[in-house]
Design a binder for this molecule. Structure first.
Ligand code: FES
Ligand SMILES: [Fe+2]
Length: 440
């Protein structure tokens, strides 16, 4: 349970809000780099409550500018994509990549009005096949060295989709490791052929469910970049099966990979506004390119990606709204629900979306009743609340100042009963042998 004040801090991300200010101190993923053609069609996006237009100049530079023209508010979505910036289609004002008005052709040549006009524009960079924006004041921090952003592009598959709920309850679903034994399980918790058909591209979930232990014990460790989360289940042979989830500031979660598995996955939960979130899903092979067959499984929804979209619109992220949604009961198969699966919604990713949206637009955390299985969620809330308050009250630097500390993975390991899990986990979760895990 949270106080109303704490809940409000967690969920409000617009300009001027404490969480909005904190999130603006981290790089934001905007679009897949492949979505922006040089000089081509632009895309509407919405991030942290701001309507923006993502574009790529004919010369290839990505840009992110406020959607509505500073002159009289026309949408730059209809504008002209030129070298040096976007030109409004209404009266030809041109807004540079840095937000300055670089041309005002409908004013007399002797006018210096253009020099007095600015709009919002954010610096962008490209890394890992994604365009990232710095929406904060001041000089940008270094981009976090997430492993997948350092690999060749063919090792990585990234998709995204909109969910109609607050960012924080969606992210809590990415931290909560106990729900897989229910939401993503066969009805009898035994006939795994039912869920294996859905799990061909999602790694490690089946093994955890197969332990039959539905009440994992949680331990959390604070790190400089976030929280290392251990969820322990007891295998039928008595060994302890630890699934290790990563939380990285401010909005990255990594569900556990299977034991010895070289494919890692991460969600990024980017608030569009306070009742919509872009759920990025990134899958990468640490050693080789993903095969065409592997990517096809993701696109078919045989894992945590959801790439079956409703007909596209040009609204912000209007091309990544899922075909399965609240209006059609997420394509629930009620017969399967009754006879075979805990939840008859086809696909792990849609199951998560359905349940997170079912909590309402914004969860009222003054009413919840948390158990021991919510330990990790409680810890992540504490860290984010502390960081938001420290920034608001003292201007304290947000956690995660070292780009290299983000170069971590999730993991799973089997240990004897009673053994410590943190030391054995370190070589699995640290990507580079030279790294150390900084506990705080
Ligand atoms: S509204 Fe954009 S130039 Fe007039
Ligand atoms: Fe899930």
């Amino acid at each position: 349970m949270l106080s109303r004040e704490d809940n409000e801090i967690l969920v409000r991300t617009g300009p001027g809000m404490p969480m909005g200010a904190l999130l603006r101190r981290y790089w934001m993923p905007v679009v897949n780099a492949s979505e922006l053609e040089p000089g081509g069609r632009v895309k509407r996006v919405q991030i942290l409550g701001e309507r923006l237009v993502a574009h790529r100049t004919p010369g290839g530079r990505p840009g992110l500018v406020a959607e509505f023209c500073p002159h009289r508010g026309a949408s730059l979505y209809y504008g002209r994509n030129e070298d040096g910036g976007m030109r409004c289609a209404y009266h030809g004002w041109k807004l540079g990549l840095d937000g300055t008005c670089v041309d005002m052709p409908n004013e007399p040549a002797e006018s210096n009005f253009a020099a007095k006009v600015r709009t919002t524009a954010y610096p962008c960079v490209e890394r890992g096949g994604v365009v990232w924006a710095w929406m904060g004041a001041g000089a940008p921090a270094p981009l976090p060295e997430l492993e997948w952003t350092t690999l060749p592009l063919d090792h990585v598959f990234a998709s995204k989709r909109v969910q109609d709920c607050n960012w924080f309850q969606a992210m809590e679903g990415g931290i909560d490791s106990s729900h897989i034994s229910f939401l993503h399980s066969p009805l009898d918790h035994q006939d795994f052929s039912v869920t294996e058909a859905l799990d061909r591209a999602s790694f490690g979930v089946g093994a955890a469910v197969n332990t039959g232990d539905r009440a994992p014990r949680f331990e959390v460790v604070d790190t400089d970049y976030g929280v290392l989360i251990g969820a322990r289940r007891t295998n039928p042979d008595g060994q302890w099966y630890w699934r290790i989830t990563q939380y990285l500031f401010p909005f990255y979660t990594m569900p556990p990979v299977g034991v010895g598995e070289d494919v890692v996955q991460s969600h990024i939960w980017v608030p569009m506004d306070d009742t919509h979130v872009v759920n990025w899903m990134v899958t990468w092979h640490t050693k080789r390119p993903l095969t065409r067959e592997e990517i096809a499984l993701h696109i078919e929804g045989k894992g945590a990606h959801v790439c079956d979209y409703a007909p596209a619109t040009s609204d912000p992220y209007g091309d990544v709204r899922t075909a399965a949604n609240r209006d059609n009961d997420y394509q629930m198969d009620w017969d399967v629900h009754r006879t075979k699966m805990y939840c008859g919604i086809p696909g792990f990713g849609v199951q998560d979306q359905a349940i997170q949206e079912s909590q309402g637009d914004v969860v009222d955390r003054t009413q919840e009743r948390l158990g021991t299985s919510d330990t990790a969620i409680i810890q992540v809330r504490k860290r984010l609340l502390a960081a938001a308050r420290a920034l608001r009250d003292h201007g304290a630097a947000p956690p995660g100042q070292h780009a290299e500390s983000f170069c971590v993975r999730s993991a799973s390991l089997v240990l004897p009963p009673g053994a410590d899990w943190v030391e054995p986990a370190k070589p699995l979760v640290l990507v580079r042998p030279t790294q150390t895990l900084t506990l705080v």
